[in-house]
Design a protein around this ligand. Structure first.
Ligand code: ZN
Length: 336
């Protein structure tokens, strides 16, 4: 074998190797891009959301909060059409909230004891009609979503609404302003408690600005559908588009804001954790019946990332028990 031949052969081998390397690298790059664009599963973790869109520090919020629509550049918060409904009664119904402050309620987390301690009056309030979901298939079942109807036969303040337990489509609690003059509303049985907490904080020099309270299911549905259509128009299949939308907007009926039982306070920012208001809430919220609903390190249970701004009303005894035990509402209710 001559030197020339040998050299020619090794050059040929080198060319083949380089070509293979280029093809492999090319395939890897393409694959990487594909993985970035297509979410792997139905629901997001903060990890997957950061792969799909550059959401920055609003990532967690926009992923979980139905009302926030983030298009990559602008954040639309609480659309002006949402809470404007002159037909809704403005008055509260005092007395309805009495059941939550009953001194007989348990001081430790005992889910069965708590849930069965339901009064007939409490069980029927706020549910305007029969459950809309019943045995019917969920509107987004085609995308793999299969939530059960929320159990509305419990104390209203212990109503569990999450990705797995959905409100009836026609769920429409009586609403009133959480803080007089704020224009932000909650279930009218909760508002007096928020007002009381607000007033108490004020005396300590803290303002618990109510930013976002009740949100209508219909509004959320519209936002959700718009988001789906946006992705469909980009070429994704409807099931794919729906799963992607669900990472940014909670599917209609699965947000506590739809129930009017939760308030986002002051800031839609994880930095809220650093505020005096947050420290005040950590110390006192349970005395007014509110809990930090999506704590740190509980994402595996709540399926929602840490939200220091989101406070849920559960009533004083439950709030104190939950605070003391460090449980989530899911754990407290034995619904894990
Ligand atoms: Zn919230």
């Amino acid at each position: 074998m001559s030197m020339k031949k040998k050299k020619g052969r090794s050059t040929g081998v080198l060319i083949v190797l380089v070509t293979v390397a280029v093809v492999v690298i090319g395939l890897l790059v393409i694959r990487g891009h594909k993985q970035k664009d297509v979410p792997k599963s139905g629901f997001a973790t903060s990890e997957t959301i950061s792969q799909t869109e550059p959401l920055g520090k609003f990532a967690d919020f926009s992923m979980n909060e139905a009302q926030i629509v983030y298009d990559g550049s602008t954040i639309t918060e609480r659309p002006t059409t949402e809470e404007v409904d002159p037909a809704l009664p403005a008055s509260t119904t005092p007395g309805q909230s009495d059941t939550t402050t009953a001194p007989t309620a348990p001081t430790t987390a005992d889910p069965t004891a708590t849930v069965t301690k339901t009064t007939a009056a409490a069980a029927t309030t706020a549910v305007s009609t029969t459950a809309g979901n019943g045995s019917a298939e969920y509107a987004y079942a085609y995308a793999g979503f299969d939530p059960k109807p929320a159990n509305t036969n419990v104390d209203w303040n212990l109503l569990l609404v999450n990705r797995n337990y959905i409100l009836p489509e026609n769920y429409a609690p009586d609403l009133s302003e959480a803080v007089k003059g704020s224009g932000v509303r909650m279930d009218s049985r909760v508002s007096p408690h928020y007002q009381a907490m607000y007033d108490a904080a004020k005396k300590d020099g803290i303002t618990l600005t109510p930013l976002s309270g009740h949100r209508r299911i219909s509004t959320q549905k519209t936002n959700f559908e718009n988001k789906i259509n946006k992705y469909v128009n980009q070429g994704y299949s409807r099931p794919e588009a729906t799963r992607m939308a669900a990472k940014i907007i909670l599917p209609p009926g699965t947000s506590e804001h739809n129930a009017g039982l939760a308030m986002d306070i002051i800031s839609l920012d994880v930095d809220f954790e650093e505020t005096a208001a947050f420290r005040w809430l950590q110390e006192h919220a349970q005395d007014y019946g509110f809990i930090l609903r999506y704590p740190k390190n509980k994402e595996s249970i709540t399926e929602i990332t840490y939200e220091p701004w989101h406070w849920r009303y559960v009533g004083v005894p439950a709030a104190k028990a939950i605070k003391q035990s460090g449980q989530t509402l899911e754990e407290y209710l034995g619904a894990v």
